[in-house]
Design a protein around this ligand. Structure first.
Ligand code: BG6
Length: 531
């Protein structure tokens, strides 16, 4: 299904070893122009994420000298108006605070706008002319990226015209890349159709399917933590791990995205992509080398090993919920059905929780519990690995039961850090045991704040490193897991939508998945002292 070649290897094959060496050092040939064309350049994603990320890369010196940005959308505006709009967006959303006027004006000079509809082949001719103008003498030497920051319904048109205008063809194909935003399909079938469409213009090694979770520092740190520290990897298996929990809790509701979300639901919006990616990083085997294809080969094996849920499993171990009104962060908020652009009778889930297994040698019998929800009690994305308890309650005289198990908590947001909970003797004359936390926080351990996920991912795409992007078969297997749940929800009457109060931890039914197994969700508000 996939082209098994690695980008770096194929670059090497095309005798462009110098580039791959520079890329591995995070650099790029200073004479090589790099251009990014953003389709949907005046939309929310471009303004809130892409432009601030590119500006940060420019400020930190990561963009090559000859970097150009070409924005496209349907409405008419001059280069200057476009630059002003982008300047306001960066001013509002940049993590770097106040805009540096001098840096900005250098950056903005290489920013252009090409107006035109995606259905109109002329738009693409104009983009092509603009690219050739900014690349000047570089010919095939330049690197081009096309970013589809447009709704998936517009992909077919855009891809057809990119291909027919020759924008996807170069003498060195690796130097033209396409970045595709999620949602990548709405089920297995539509994802396959979409993959075919993208493949009609680009080969797999040119396609960068972005999942911004993979650009987050702590998400990348999952692999570093596991594989660069000798003490954890030996414990990372069914012999020592009791169970794994992955939580993506948000306090936000659907905001202005009611129309999109009401068709998607949390399973498509967050579980199929972000959460299954997290599961892959926790569950994967050690790749033989830290290169795109090796890492992605191991990730896809986790998805292949995920147990296919039967209708009975879904009835018993999958819960969907929808937020009712309630209080979040001290504010009264509306029920989901009263959000704008949401069907007042909607059955769309804003919460999902389930249990699954990775049926392979390493993880056989270890339950993975996943939950994601909007309008929950707190914003917290974390992975917890709960280890098995010691075999004997040695300190039973002072403690009637076994001490709490060791728990490793990988906190992804809002604060990025890693905690290890261990049992410690409570000061005093008895052998009482209390849990304490050994903690590492990014903010206090490192001087600089971690970069935004889009900064890392855009830079990787510029360098041609697809390690942190989803490959076609990953997307396919993720949908194969999610599809039966969507089908069951559509067709049976036995999977009710459980309402839950905004500001809670979701419906009680989700707690019951854990209680049946004698376990509980880790419901903790980050930053609240525990011990
Ligand atoms: C997006 C989803 O992919 O991720 C949103 O479409 C969700 O619904 C967001 O809110 C969460 O991202 P983050 O980085 O804020 O956790």
């Amino acid at each position: 299904m996939t082209d098994a070649k690695e980008p770096l290897e194929s670059v090497a094959e095309s005798k462009d070893l110098a580039d791959s060496i520079l890329a591995s050092q995070g650099r790029i040939d200073p004479d090589r122009p790099v251009s990014i064309v953003i389709f949907g350049a005046t939309g929310d994603l471009a303004k809130r994420k892409l432009l601030p990320a590119l500006y940060a890369l420019r400020c930190e010196g990561f963009l090559p000298e000859r970097f150009s940005l070409i924005g496209n959308s349907r409405s008419e505006r001059s280069d200057d108006v476009f630059r002003d709009e982008m300047k306001n967006a960066v001013g509002e959303h940049s993590r770097l605070g106040k805009l540096d006027e001098e840096l900005w004006s250098g950056f903005a000079q290489n920013m252009h706008y090409v107006q035109g509809a995606l259905e109109d082949p002329e738009t693409f001719q104009r983009i092509r002319e603009k690219l050739e103008a900014v690349e000047a003498d570089a010919k095939d030497n330049s690197i081009r990226l096309y970013y589809l920051a447009i709704p998936p319904t517009s992909f077919p048109e855009a891809l057809r015209n990119i291909a027919s205008s020759g924008l996807s063809q170069r003498e060195t194909p690796e130097r033209v890349r396409i970045i595709v935003e999620k949602p990548f399909g709405e089920d297995l079938e539509s994802a396959r159709v979409l993959n075919q469409q993208v493949h009609s213009a680009f080969t797999e090694t040119q396609i960068y399917r972005i999942d911004h979770y993979l650009g987050k520092e702590t998400v990348q740190n999952i692999l570093v933590f596991r594989l660069a520290n000798g003490i954890f990897e030996p414990l990372w298996n069914r012999r020592y791990v009791d169970h794994v929990q992955i939580t993506v809790a948000e306090t936000l509701g659907v905001g202005r995205r009611g129309e999109y979300f009401d068709k998607a639901g949390v399973l498509r919006d967050i579980v199929q992509n972000h959460m299954l990616q997290l599961l892959c990083l926790v569950g994967m085997e050690v790749p033989i080398r830290f290169r795109a294809e090796h890492v992605r080969n191991e990730k896809v094996k986790v998805l292949m090993a995920l147990n296919r849920l039967t209708e009975e499993d879904i009835r018993k171990s999958v819960v969907r919920g929808q937020y009712a009104e309630g209080d979040v962060d001290g504010e009264r908020v509306n029920a989901y059905r009263y959000e704008s652009d949401v069907d007042p009778h909607s059955k769309t889930e804003t919460f999902a929780a389930f249990k699954c297994f990775v049926d392979n040698w390493r993880w056989a019998g270890v339950p993975f519990y996943l939950r994601a929800g909007k309008r929950l009690k707190t914003r917290s994305t974390e992975i917890t690995i709960t280890f098995k308890q010691p075999p004997l309650a040695l300190f039973r005289a002072a403690h009637e039961r076994l001490p709490d198990p060791n728990v490793l908590i990988l906190q992804i947001q809002p604060e990025e850090g890693i905690l290890l909970r261990v049992g410690s003797k409570k000061p005093g004359t008895k052998f009482s045991i209390d849990p304490v936390e050994l903690a590492f926080h990014y903010q206090t351990s490192f001087d600089s704040a971690p970069p935004e996920a889009y900064e890392r991912l855009l830079l990787d795409a510029i360098h041609g490193d697809s390690t942190l992007f989803a490959r076609e078969d990953e997307v396919d297997y993720a949908w194969r897991f999610v599809d039966p749940i969507l089908d069951a929800w559509r067709t049976t009457e036995h999977c009710p939508v459980h309402p839950y109060w905004s500001g809670s931890w979701g419906p009680d039914a989700s707690d019951r998945i854990m209680e049946r197994d004698g376990r509980a969700w880790r419901n903790e508000v980050p930053g609240t002292p525990r011990c």
